[in-house]
Write a protein that binds this ligand. Sequence first.
Ligand code: XMP
Length: 509
Amino acid sequence: MDNIVILDCGSQFTQLIARRVRELKVHSEILPYDATLEQIASRKPTGLIISGGPKSVIEPDSPRLAEGFFDMGLPILGICYGMQLTAVHFGGVVRRSTAREYGRATLIVKEPGCPFFADVPERSQVWMSHGDDVEKLPDGFVLTAVSEDGVASGMRSADGRINAVQFHPEVFHTEKGETLLANFLFKICGCKGDWDLGNWAEQMKDEIRKKVGDDKVICGLSGGVDSSVAAALTAAAIGDNLQCIFVNNGLLRKGEAEEVLNSYKQMKLNVTYVDATDRFLKGLAGVIEPEKKRKIIGETFIRVFEEEARKVKGARWLLQGTLYPDVIESGARKGAAVIKSHHNVGGLPKDMNFQLLEPLRELFKDEVRAVGRLLGVPENIVRRHPFPGPGLAVRCLGDITRDKLEILRGADKIFLDEINRAGLYDEIWQAFAVLLPVYTVGVMGDERTYARVCALRAITSRDGMTAEWYRMPHDVLDRVSTRICNEVRGINRVVYDCTSKPPATVEWE
Ligand code: XMP
């Protein structure tokens, strides 16, 4: 199988490069920029891509690749920082740009006959984002493209094995980005383009069977896409040796537990359902501080899950729906500040001695959705928006009571129903209601009311790391607000959250 290894120099677009390559049916994976030559070679790459990055190659502590990287004899594509690094390595000169280019720019191809620029018109739009540029190409390199402002925007080695561009072909705004990546993969690396999720799923089933043999595997289901698809895949491999546990923490949306259980029944999964609502709500009583709420929920979940897991005799494996972005975030990119303590079942007691089974750890979310569809996972699960582990607890500000949760569930359901009715669900990353600990005065009929405020939040995002507030059509907002005030007792005012992330986070707590 062809494999493209991407060396991550810290660009916000690195994962996007990997996805674009996979969309062209070539497998790709990301390694940190300081991966050793042995690590890179062990991935059996067909070609290498050096990503962009926020640093300047002129700074002494900027990312450098393993010595000998450029001598591995493999095709290389350098993008932005990757181009500057390539230039410096071969003796070229990089300077601070006189004008930082950020955003759309016009590219002019100087060498239309070269394989990398095949089928790209002389002028096209590209996405630039750089503070440095290549002032002098290394000896023996050929200039293949410039920007309208005269910045060197493409170069190649004399033999064409190494290509580099100043702009970002992986970004949607680069008109011919896909053609350029395809040229690199197929014309320069000679990839076949036969990476396919159907084959991947078959191979993964074999791998799971080989790994776990006749052992039992347990899995915590959450109703979300990742754990559900991981379970569907594993069940397809080992059948009833997979025992799933679905814990209702009492913090789910209206009707969610029933709906999800029903879907699991359709999928013929072996599921133990545990309604631990009382235990969670008791632990949370009177707690206001968001981090404390999260801690209590995390710990209670582990205890409940542990009790159930101990009942499954002979269970040796714990199945988790870890995805590729989680792997990259926790491995290659250390040192990020902890804003909120997200959690999962990683904290089970050591004496339980489980081995981790993470069959989705090389997939992106959209690939997981595609595998889910191949395996017949119901659409309502495959399409589902992400939902946080602590559930409605982080959307019910202040202390948590059953009454408040009921009010919040009512408002949230109306919001989602109307979004679905307007056909907007799939273009939104997440949408939900938040119940505020604030009372305001209103008037209903001729009566004065003094009731709570509900905030609505809808965002678009690629990965939840950053997000933009969703421009919800006013008529939808109008219907939602009218219905909430009329139908949900306890709310008399509705506001819409128009804050992106950053500066806000997605959840209010
Ligand atoms: P924030 O609020 O950190 O959310 O901007 C980013 C994304 O993560 C989800 N989220 C969580 N998911 N456990 C989870 O599994 C958690 O504790 C948790 N907190 C936030 C949030 O819904 C959004 O998609």
